[in-house]
Design a protein around this ligand. Structure first.
Ligand SMILES: [Zn+2]
Length: 172
């Protein structure tokens, strides 16, 4: 098992093939995955990606609504958890003694929709969704986590925007 980063909020632990796996979690990675049209190589992976995009779109529209939480919990309820006692270097505790952790059994998750719900729940509980945005460049469709005033996902989309604005001005 890998040692956790000091910022424990950013670490998630799941079970695969009967063993706990520690993932140093970055919200940006999940958002990048949701955008990666060409790079998701399996049909199942692609379904997870599409479902994740649905959750993010919904969040941008309705925020943390009761409906969103109800639907999220319905999807999460189908995930099974295993109890582990984790060493303090992975799961730090105030008492200095090992702590309980309930760890999602990833290899037993039946549907892509539940993976997506689990990924989205990580994003939601991380607090990073406050800065979630969708790129405003037409045909881009990328989600990103950016500062309050940000309108596009990348420098490339930013320059597309400036080119279009200039063209518009020139045609007046
Ligand atoms: Zn973009």
């Amino acid at each position: 098992m890998k040692k956790a980063l000091p910022n424990f909020n950013e670490v998630f632990i799941f079970e695969r093939f009967g063993k706990p796996v520690v993932w140093d979690f970055y919200a940006e990675e999940i958002v990048k995955f949701a955008n990666n049209k060409g790079l998701v190589d399996s049909p199942k992976g692609n379904l997870v990606r599409l479902k994740l995009r649905e959750w993010m779109s919904r969040y941008l529209k309705e925020g943390v609504s009761d409906d969103l939480l109800n639907d999220l919990n319905t999807a999460l309820r189908k995930i099974r958890y295993a109890k582990y006692i984790l060493p303090t270097d992975i799961c730090p505790s105030d008492t200095g003694f090992p702590q309980n952790a309930y760890v999602a059994q990833y290899d037993k998750i039946p549907e892509p929709a539940q993976y997506a719900a689990d990924d989205f729940s990580k994003l939601l509980t991380s607090g990073k969704l406050k800065r979630l945005k969708k790129c405003q460049i037409e045909n881009c469709e990328n989600f990103f986590i950016g500062p309050p005033q940000a309108k596009w996902c990348s420098k490339i989309c930013g320059s597309k925007f400036r080119v279009r604005k200039k063209r518009k001005r020139d045609s007046l």
